[in-house]
Structure formats: C-alpha cells, structure tokens
Write a protein that binds this ligand. Structure first.
Ligand code: UDP
Ligand code: MG
Length: 479
C-alpha cells in the first residue's frame, strides 16, 4: 500500500509563463499534506523552456517529478503519462494555468474520504462568450443523446480519481483516447460540485476552434456507433422514398399515359443521393481511420526525459523502453511480412476479379461487374489470408466479420472506380486496377483485424519460433 496520499498530475504545454505561479499556489493550498504529496508534471513537448523550469522545480522539491515528451503529443497523452507515473492513493488531474483552482483540492479529498472514487468539480460558464456558451450547450445536448456514456456539461478533466479508478483507466488499451468518455465509462461512485469559472493565469489557450471541433468529433465517435446506424437508417428511408416515387410514376403512367418527366427531378435525386453517399463514406472513413490507428499499436507518446527522482515504476510500462524497441521492431517486420503475403494473395484475387470483371463488363453494367468480381474473390481471400497471411485457422466469427472489411473496401473502391471512370474518363479496366491498388493498405489492416480481433492466443499471427497454427476446416469460435 502506498504511503502517498495524493498525486497531482499536471499536463503542461508551453506553460513557462504560468508554471511557477501555479506551483507556488498549489503548494500553498496543499501545505498540510507535507510529504504525503507528489506532483507529476508532464511536459508535452513544450518549446518555451517549460521543461527546464520543471527540471528546476524537481531539483528544488523532492515531491516534484516530471516526464518530458519528445514532441507535442496532445493533452490526452500527457494525462495518460501522468496517471502512469502516479503512485498516490488518490490522483488529481488539473491544468497548469490555474483555471482549475488548487484551493478546491482539500474539499475534493474530503469527499474522497467519504467513499467517492471520482470527485468532479464542474465549472460554470462565467466569462464564456455567448456563442461559445450556445455551442457548448448544443454539443452537450447532442452528446447526451448520442453517446453511450454520460458526460456532464462543465465537467472537464479536472477531477480526483481513487487508486482503483486510476488502475481502471490505465487498464483500457485504446490509443485513441477520449478521457471524458473513459472516466464516465469506468463508473464507480461519483460526485460533482460547481465552482466559478476562472480566467487563465498567464499565457494562451492551446485549443483553437479547429482543435476544439476535432476534439468534439472525436468524442462523439469514440463512444458509440450511432452515426453508422444513422447512415443505415438514412439509406433505408431514401430507398423507401425512391420505391414509393417509382410506384407513383408507374401508376401515373398507367392512369394518365406516358409523360416526359423533367430532368430537374432526376438531377435533384442524383445530387441528394451523392450527398448522402459522401456523408456516409465520410462517417465510415472516420471509423476506418480509428481502426487503422488502433491497428498500428503505436505507443501514445515517446519520452524524451524524466526527472532523476523518477525511476521506471515496476509493473508500469514505460512508453518506449529499450527492451520494447526490439519487440516493436519485430512486430513491424511481422506486419511487413504479412502485408507482402496479403499483397501476393491480393494479386491472385485481383487476377480472378479482373477476369470476372472483364468477362461480365461486356454484358452487364461495369459497377455490377465490379460487385460480382469482388464477391467471387471474397471467399478465396478470406481463406488464403487466414491460413497464409495471419497463419491461423479461420473461424466463423472471423468469417462473419470479414464482410465488414470487404463492404468498406467495396464501397471505397467502387467510389474511386466511379470517380475515375465518370470524372476522369479513364478506361474502365485500368480504373478498376488503380482503385484496387489505392485501397490495399486499408484492406490489409481491416482484413487482419477481422481475422484476428477478439480471439485468444491461437489467433496470434506468427508464433515466435516461426511456426504456424495447423490449418483445418473452418471451426466454430468457442466464445
Ligand atoms: N495541454 C497539453 N498539451 C496540449 C494542449 C494543452 O498538455 O497539446 C495542457 C495545457 O498546458 C494546460 C491544459 O492542457 O495545462 C489545458 O490547456 P488549455 O488551458 O490550453 O485549454 P483550455 O483551458 O483553454 O481548454
Ligand atoms: Mg486553460
């Protein structure tokens, strides 16, 4: 059991103007804690001398420890590093600009002693502009409707977490982190109270409107798949409307004879459908991007240096420790090998696809020929990639997931093909080949994910000794 009562984690990015005032105010507020306190600063790749100031603070005060990143990795990564460093029975996360008042910490500790695992001070909106206020309210209303977890208006990252809450946060492996959602997702007894919003003590906010917008989109997409559902519903209703319109036209022709409909209707329908398709593609793309990001298994940050008083903690993995480098390298070469195999198998499948496409293209519309060719090569692709690329027995679960990668692939390559043929006037056969090449890296990551994700050790791609799992017929997944 740790003797430290409290760890304060402070992410800092270009906070040279504010950091010393912050430190003095914090120490003044937490004086009574004495040696039971530690302060973990994380320098998120500052360029203004923050790192040197942190080094100075660590040299002066034994309770100060710091980690400095090799570049700016973002506040989420900095908070993660701080939580990994922390050893206290309770951990307070707070900003370095004094917008999170240190005077509130004793009250937070008091509530923690009453048994709460999360204590959240929620700021009011004093001092916010009217527009920002309105946007924030709308965003939180949207988040409440869409997200599978609850995020309270005004609750930021400023909070106290008990040790078991911290361990739960650290146990989540995702690298695309949205802490507000994660904190809510882990649950535990939570209490919040209001405090008056404050201005920054010094320096500038690092959150421009573009960064805020991206963060907002990240939040909405990280904790639910409703945008995908919305795309499905929209597609369904558009289809039903089109069917109704077609029926109406037929009935009209039967009753009133043939009429020449104006092409404005046609154009409107085409433009509306293209819009819906583009939005849907964008939504799918966002999720694919996330899968791609997670599939790379990159560490969330790279450490440049840590304070002398901060040796590696047992059981807490340092982000890129030397021992992990060789593991990373071997993981990378395995991925390369798998990719080469995937490309080879892809060539075989592309040949099959092209043959089918070429033959059918002369009889049916080229997009239909594309879809048929794609389907024919699908089953072969799944089996060959399971046995050869990933080196594992195919499962029904993998087989059920595989179409997802293919559907995304089909839509993306179909869109590219359509663009190339109708937009760039390319030859249909060349266009199909080009579209296939362009979507290959995404296909590889998605296919590997479909074959391996959510399975036990038997799904490990290559065994360390280079051996492979015995191929056998498709089996039912045990879970
Ligand atoms: N921060 C960080 N990395 C970043 C951006 C910000 O560590 O890339 C830190 C920053 O130093 C501060 C906290 O996150 O301690 C909140 O940042 P800021 O005050 O700019 O955000 P705002 O209060 O305007 O939302
Ligand atoms: Mg701030």
């Amino acid at each position: 059991m740790t003797a430290l009562q409290l760890t304060v984690v402070v992410p800092c990015f270009n906070e040279a103007e504010a950091i010393e005032t912050f430190h003095t105010t914090l120490i003044a507020a937490l004086g009574p804690l004495g040696g039971e306190l530690e302060i973990c600063y994380v320098d998120d790749g500052s360029t203004d001398g923050t790192r040197l100031l942190l080094g100075g603070l660590a040299a002066m005060d034994k309770r100060v420890r710091y980690t400095a990143f090799s570049r700016n990795f973002g506040k989420e990564a900095a908070m993660l590093a701080g939580l990994r460093m922390s050893r206290g029975a309770a951990v307070v996360l707070m900003d370095a600009d004094l917008q999170h008042p240190p005077e509130l910490i004793p009250r937070m500790l008091e509530l923690h002693r009453h048994g709460y695992d999360q204590v959240i001070p929620r700021r009011d909106r004093t001092g916010d502009g009217v527009l920002r206020n309105a946007l924030s309210h709308t965003y939180y209303a949207l988040v409440r409707r869409c997200m599978d977890v609850e995020v309270l208006d005004g609750s930021g990252d400023f909070r106290l977490l008990s040790r078991r809450a911290v361990e739960s946060v650290l146990s989540l492996p995702e690298s695309n982190r949205f802490s507000k959602g994660i904190f809510s997702w882990i649950g535990f007894d939570t209490v919040s109270f209001r405090y008056r919003n404050r201005e920054r003590a010094a320096g500038q906010s690092k959150w421009g409107s573009k960064r805020l917008l991206n963060y907002g989109i990240d939040g909405l997409l990280s904790f639910n798949n409703r945008p995908l559902r919305l795309a499905i519903y929209t597609g369904f209703w558009v289809f039903v409307s089109a069917l109704a319109y077609a029926l109406w036209t037929i009935v009209n022709v039967l009753l009133n004879g043939a009429d020449t409909p104006g092409y404005a209707t046609l154009l409107t329908a085409v433009v509306a459908l293209s819009g819906i398709q583009l939005v849907t593609l964008g939504v799918i793309g966002e999720y694919v991007g996330r899968i791609y990001h997670e599939a790379k298994h990159r560490p969330p940050y790279v450490v440049r240096e840590t304070s002398e008083s901060c040796p590696a903690l047992p059981g807490k993995p340092e982000p890129v420790a030397t021992g992990e480098l060789s593991e990373l390298a071997s993981g990378r070469s395995r991925t390369l090998r798998q990719f080469a195999s995937f490309v080879l198998i892809g060539c075989v499948n592309t040949a099959v696809y092209m043959a089918v496409y070429y033959v059918l293209n002369q009889r049916i519309p080229y997009l239909a020929a594309h879809a048929v060719g794609f389907t024919v090569s699908f089953i072969g692709s799944f089996l060959l990639n399971s046995y050869i690329t990933v080196g594992t027995r195919p499962t029904w679960r993998g087989f059920a997931r595989y179409p997802l990668s293919s559907v995304i692939n089909l839509v993306a390559s179909g869109a590219l093909l359509h663009l190339a043929v109708s937009g760039l006037d390319m030859d249909k056969n060349v266009a199909a080949l080009a579209a296939g090449v362009l979507v290959t890296p995404f296909s590889f990551l998605l296919a590997r994910w479909a074959i391996t994700s959510g399975r036990g050790t038997d799904a490990q791609p290559d065994r360390p000794d280079g051996s492979r799992a015995e191929p056998s017929a498709i089996r039912s997944d045990s879970r």
